[in-house]
Design a protein around this ligand. Structure first.
Ligand code: GUN
Ligand code: ZN
Length: 443
């Protein structure tokens, strides 16, 4: 009889996942996470069935007569897949382009590349590469800009769907201050976005994000229609950029002279709220912060991009004190790495330059459960609570000679995690699973 029931899949390794925001606990950080030195993660139908101490769980399954097929990753660390809350797949091929701040960089590199995405073959090719690269870096969920072309959205959703990744994406809306071949109109952007919502939103693990690029490239009419869409469709997301660069902020003041602040432009059109994710958020004032907190609008912290484009220093402490949700983000290709580990490394340094700190526990919380919370997906992903989707990664802490040596001097989990985020990268990701299936394994 028992042979007819397929064995449950289980994974044995050290296991770490977060159950709370370390910053919100005024006791010590140790109550924000669970760690099992010899742990077992049990998966059924793509979801977490159990997570705990290996010997205890193995004994209880044996007692119950339930067969487990155990994959042994002893010596490695299993944690939830990383969540990237802001990135641009069409910018994959301009990552690391020399020498400019935001507005020049957009005109010189980004717009010419994005114009090429009218070609569906190119879009499919880049979308497939982009998703593979996310998985290779341990990222299982991402919130992604496409281009103004409808086809470019189909390409990224198809690529994510094939790999059963959780993905939020949308067509860029842009009807002024952009090259002619990258402009839509307020009405066409509304109609096309609506059609894409109907086609993709809620399909498998995919969700749609209304995507006005940023205030300077939209007319007031287009922002108004973006707000209309956001109100019309339950559960859809909104993504855009705000207050990244001082020249950009001054330009917005010129274009929208009536506005109290850059954020106020978006607020005016009903674009704040839960499931609205704003990239950068560097040059905001207290009133803006209060508005984001009151509406539970999320910030995407993009440290590699903020350093690379010379944009400025994110204020994490204010966001935390105000209770604004914060997600971690690569912002490829203004950002310089697909790796969430490298992103945490640069986040630590940005905050150091701003007189703040980022403990390793806070950092890994932000890259997993914290980002899930900022996307209102923490009922589905972000940790190993029973019933959540089984997106996880297997981390090799000793992937390079230097890391092996450094880890031998790390006396506790906190030191190990810190060395991992400062020295780590794609080479530390030994395997990546989505919905309990291995999508990529390092050989
Ligand atoms: N602001 C408007 N568009 C962009 C973009 O593509 N990248 C970044 N970093 N900022 C932007
Ligand atoms: Zn961006």
């Amino acid at each position: 009889m028992s042979e007819e029931i397929p064995a449950l899949k289980a994974y044995r390794a050290s296991i770490l996942h977060f159950i709370a925001n370390p910053a919100q606990l005024n006791v010590d950080e140790s109550s924000s996470y669970e760690y099992f030195n010899d742990g077992l993660l049990v998966v059924e139908d793509g979801c977490i069935k159990a997570c705990g101490d290996a010997s205890e769980l193995l004994a209880s399954y044996q007692q119950a007569g339930i067969a487990l097929e155990v994959k042994d990753y002893t010596g490695k660390l299993i944690m939830p897949g990383f969540i990237d809350t802001h990135t641009h797949y069409p910018q994959t091929d301009v990552i690391g382009s020399y020498g400019a701040q935001l507005l020049d960089w957009l005109n010189t590199y980004t717009f010419p590349m994005e114009a090429r995405f009218s070609d569906l073959d190119l879009a499919n090719d880049v979308a497939n590469f982009f998703c593979d690269e996310l998985l290779r870096n341990g990222t299982t969920t991402a919130m992604v800009f496409a281009t103004i072309h409808k086809n470019s959205v189909d390409a990224i959703f198809n690529a994510a769907n094939t790999r059963e990744m959780r993905l939020i994406a949308g067509k860029v809306m842009m009807d002024r201050n952009a090259p002619e071949n990258l402009r839509d109109t307020a009405e066409s952007s509304y109609e096309q976005s609506k059609h894409l919502i109907q086609k993709w939103h809620g399909q498998n693990r995919l969700s749609y994000a209304i995507t006005p690029r940023f205030a300077p490239t939209s007319t007031e009419k287009q922002l108004e229609l973006a707000g209309k869409l956001f109100a019309e469709f339950d559960g859809v997301y909104l993504q855009t950029h705000v207050a990244e660069n001082t020249d950009e902020v001054a330009w917005v003041k010129q274009l929208f002279p009536w506005s109290r602040s850059y954020l106020d432009v978006y607020d005016h059109y009903g674009l704040l709220g839960e499931r609205a994710i704003y990239a950068h958020c560097i040059y905001l004032d207290e009133q803006d912060h209060k508005r984001m907190a009151d509406t539970q609008t999320a910030m995407a912290f993009c440290p590699t991009s903020n350093l690379f484009l010379g944009s400025g220093l994110f204020d994490m402490n204010s966001a935390q004190v105000m209770g604004i949700p914060v997600g971690m983000a690569t912002d490829v290709g203004g950002g310089t790495s697909f790796s969430m580990l490298q992103t945490l490394n640069e986040a630590y340094k940005v905050l150091q330059m701003n007189g703040q700190s980022l403990s390793p526990f806070q950092a890994f919380y932000q890259a997993t459960l914290g980002s899930a919370e900022s996307l209102k997906l923490d009922d589905k992903i972000g940790n190993f609570e029973v019933g959540k989707e089984a997106d996880f990664i297997v981390v090799d802490l000793e992937a390079t000679p230097l890391m092996k040596r450094r880890m031998s001097h790390a006396d506790n989990l906190k030191e190990q995690l810190f060395a991992l985020m400062i020295l780590g990268g794609d080479r530390n990701i030994a395997a990546t699973y989505t919905l309990g299936e291995c999508r990529r394994e390092k050989v």
